[in-house]
Design a protein around this ligand. Structure first.
Ligand code: PMP
Length: 470
């Protein structure tokens, strides 16, 4: 086991990434002079190296000193088929020669049309209408506004509230933040946010000893049922991340919850919004997570992997009845006017079409099933570590929960930033791991090999050992 690294100031050294290699230094300094990075306390960069990347290929990112990092988190869960994928590159390049962008109101283009047709073919049956936006949060805003607006258009004006699960995350614009529930992102802005109804998550980390995932998820549904029974008249929609609450520490639950939720939403006349922005496109083992419960949501939000991780694009898919409720004479003012300048950008749509073509041409899900099995087997070896409380998996997502007392599942205080030690260890050893709190996870591009999985798990082991050695 390596000696404990408790976040002491880093030493600069051309080879150790614990400092910044000279080749990276100039760019890092220029960056820090003007750039304000997301999800970052910028002061951390006084001791934490900022890593300028000059190129990417497959699962690898390469910095200006020629050091490689295995992208174990698919660059925030967007990349599916590797960096610089030849097929997606070619599609974007070809599109670039034809049309880079065009206004998407009154005008249209082939990549958007082809993409909508392809999505309708693969999405749960009945989702036949595609509304494009340009990032995940925007898709959530669209779904929330569309649901609210639908009920108004059909005369049910009291239905204007939203139900969400505890520990859920749906993005960080104000509407998306309001329907999410991760305190770290939400607490400060609460005075600005609409009021939502929050129901306990079916998160199976919290199951009783001896209780199965399905039993726990089913039991947790009782509170959702009661909420819907009590408030159905004022509820527009329930929003969930199917199967995995990714930003909420990669907590997972059983598909039975989604099945029960769909039935209840039908019974109580409430929309179901499935936010598959993170879990869509094969991450959970099926193309869409909803398939594992054999359900169709009223709104399906997609982004991230939609373009293979190339360009910002999102889409909300919905049904004919929803579309019909907005289809009217202009003067009735029932149209859905939401718009973004880059809606349906042709380059992004071309990347998305190429991504879906790869799913059609190759047995991606079959190959992923084998990779997931191997990744799970290797990751479960970490269960033997004294401060690992759980290793959980859903398809190509594996999470390892570190805990002060693993048996009693007593967490490390967040202030100790245990995950940061794992991150530092990863940078040193050439693997981009970016734990969420006490949870180390793998969500790699689907082009990862078994040897690369070995490296990824080995470095995670070392990082966890270092992070938990006191
Ligand atoms: N929903 C979920 C489930 C997400 O994981 C994310 C992004 N992590 C979003 C919404 C927001 O997407 P974006 O970052 O593109 O705004």
């Amino acid at each position: 086991m390596m000696p404990c690294d408790n976040g002491a100031p880093l030493q600069e050294n051309a080879h150790a990434v614990n400092g910044i290699a000279p080749e990276n230094l100039a760019l890092a300094q220029r960056d820090l002079a003007h750039v304000w990075h997301p999800c970052t306390q910028m002061k951390d960069h006084e001791s934490l190296p900022l890593v300028p990347i000059r190129r990417g290929y497959g699962v690898w990112l390469e910095d200006f000193a020629g050091r490689r990092y295995l992208d174990a988190i698919s660059s925030w869960w967007v990349n599916l088929f590797g960096h610089a994928n030849p097929r997606i590159n070619a599609a974007v390049q070809a599109q670039l020669e034809r049309l880079e962008h065009v206004i998407f109101a009154g005008f249209t283009h082939e990549p958007a049309i082809e993409l909508a047709e392809s999505l309708v073919r693969v999405a749960p049956p009945g989702l036949t209408r595609c509304f494009f936006a340009d990032n995940g949060s925007a898709a959530v805003e669209v779904a929330v506004k569309m649901s609210f607006h639908y009920w108004r258009n059909v005369g049910r004006t009291a239905k204007r509230r939203f139900v969400t699960l505890s520990n859920s995350y749906h993005g960080e614009t104000l509407g998306a933040l309001a329907v999410g529930n991760v305190e770290l992102y939400k607490a400060i802005y609460r005075p600005l946010l609409m009021d939502v109804i929050t129901v306990p998550s079916p998160d199976c980390y919290e199951r009783e000893p001896g209780e199965s995932w399905a039993e726990h998820s089913r039991r947790k549904f009782e509170q959702m049922e009661q909420t819907l029974a009590r408030h159905a008249d004022e509820i527009a929609a329930v929003i969930v991340e199917p199967l995995v609450q990714c930003a909420g520490n990669m907590r997972m639950y059983d598909p039975v919850y989604l099945k029960l939720l769909r039935e209840a939403c039908d019974r109580y006349e409430v929309h179901l919004i499935a936010d598959e922005i993170a879990v869509g496109f094969g991450r959970t083992g099926t193309l869409f997570a909803c398939e594992q419960a054999a359900i169709r949501p009223d709104f399906l939000c997609l982004s991230k992997g939609l373009t293979g991780g190339y360009l910002p694009l999102s889409v909300v898919m919905t049904t004919e009845p929803v579309y019909a409720a907005f289809y009217d004479e202009y003067t009735k003012l029932n149209a859905f006017l939401h718009s973004h300048s880059y809606t349906g950008n042709p380059l992004a749509c071309a990347a998305a079409c190429a991504t879906l073509q790869i799913f059609r041409d190759e047995d991606v899900l079959g190959r992923n099933a084998r990779l997931a099995r191997y990744m799970g087997e290797r990751a479960r070896e970490l269960e033997a570590l004294p401060h690992v409380a759980e290793v959980r998996q859903r398809g190509m997502i594996v999470a390892i929960e570190m805990a002060r007392d693993a048996r009693r599942r007593e967490p490390y205080p967040w202030q100790e930033r245990r995950g940061l030690h794992v991150y530092r260890c990863g940078l040193e050893r050439g693997v981009l791991l970016r734990p969420i709190g006490n949870v180390v996870y793998f969500m790699p591009p689907y082009v990862i090999s078994e040897e690369e999985i070995d490296l990824m798990v080995g470095v995670a082991r070392e990082g966890i050992e270092r992070a938990t050695c006191d």
